[in-house]
Design a protein. Structure first.
Length: 97
């Protein structure tokens, strides 16, 4: 049970990570999840199907990610010593939704 008193039923696997741990999660306007892990960013559909991956090669490890820019269509990826950015054909989910 969560702090809000909500029980999450089931116990199905939401996402898996081949290297390290999933550290960051963002959702786009279509409900796709953007997940950061040591090797990069994975985008998956709401049903769990992997749609794509942005790999960040060693020695950089990815720690987190966020959407930004005036149109919220730029993905910022935080590496060990660098900040990466890529424009996307999607946007962040509206706040409060």
């Amino acid at each position: 049970m969560s702090a809000a008193g909500i029980t999450v039923p089931g116990g199905a696997v939401f996402a898996t990570c081949g290297n390290g741990l999933v550290d960051g999660l963002r959702v786009d306007m279509h409900g796709n999840q953007w997940l950061s892990s040591a090797e990069g960013v994975t985008c998956q559909a709401s049903d769990g199907k992997r749609l794509g991956r942005i790999r960040i090669w060693n020695p950089e490890a990815v720690a987190n990610l966020c959407f930004g820019s005036p149109k919220s269509n730029r993905l910022f990826i935080c590496g060990t010593t660098s900040l990466y950015a890529a424009y996307l054909t999607t946007r962040a989910a509206p706040r409060g939704s």
